[in-house]
Design a protein around this ligand. Sequence first.
Ligand code: HEC
Ligand code: HEC
Length: 261
Amino acid sequence: MSRNATLAVVATGVLLALSLLVGFVWLPMVKPDFAQGGLWDAICRAAGVPSAWSAPSNREDALASRVSMVPALAGDAGGDAGRGGTLAQRCTMCHGARGVSASDVPNLAGQYSEVTYKQLVDYKDGTRRHTLMQALAKGMSDADIRDLAAFYAQLPRPSPAPEAVEAPQLVKVGDPLRNVPPCVSCHGGIDKKPGSPWLEGMPQAYLAAQTQAFAKGERRNDPHGVMRNIARQMSPEEIEASARYYASRAIMIAPQPEAPR
Ligand code: HEC
Ligand code: HEC
């Protein structure tokens, strides 16, 4: 190669490196929100990678739940359902004698034990906020929580409704363009992912309120922001429609007599 050609190759190389630096590092870095991310974030943003892929969705993830959904916990929090039934007497006035609520309080009957366990631990730690439930959970030992979870897991769920509302698209198939997986891929239907609550027959107002709380980041005890990322993509109409659908899946029944113990 002649001297000139070598020089041209070197010059092109230097130019390329420089433009990569400017395009992927320097330009994204001068954007004001750079301070929140980091070099990797800046490069990903410049390349058009959705930030949800590279960074935690919420900088307040320090508040994350301490319960990690290890498979060993899934489906069995290892509690004593008999003792749980005694402890649950304090819960009946709101959650119903058989774990099915007549008001807008969530049903606990037939809820996966790992879900009840995690939610109570989160209230206890304050990673899920609700004045009343936090106050109640504060006084519970780990054994109390496991026993309550076991008790509620074995109560029968409300009966499936003969005529449910038709499943909205988002629930059935999600929306790949918005990075929203179908609800049924975690909440049952297609698949049940550990830690995902049973939603069918829950009060519509409760479901809508929780989804809104995830969307606004007011509720942020979901691992890796999984629900926040989904809820943020949903329109208010879609939130209502999904809540209406899940609520319609089971028959709401009036408060029942005391559970046998
Ligand atoms: C005075 C009414 C009241 C009483 C008593 C009460 N709860 Fe609750 N509970 C609520 C409300 C309201 C919520 C929804 C709170 C929220 O929005 O985070 C809730 C939420 C929960 C959840 C979360 C459910 C979910 O699907 O995420 C669990 C688990 C729970 N309660 C368990 C209990 C247990 C166990 C007791 C008894 C020791 C109890 N609660 C007593 C009102 C009550
Ligand atoms: C990738 C799995 C996944 C998908 C997909 C998903 N969810 Fe969830 N969802 C979760 C998990 C996990 C939780 C429990 C978070 C926690 O630990 O508090 C949850 C919680 C919820 C709750 C709160 C329930 C309660 O009892 O507190 C609602 C409501 C909800 N999801 C609605 C939806 C809807 C509607 C969709 C579809 C548009 C959806 N989810 C899609 C994983 C998922």
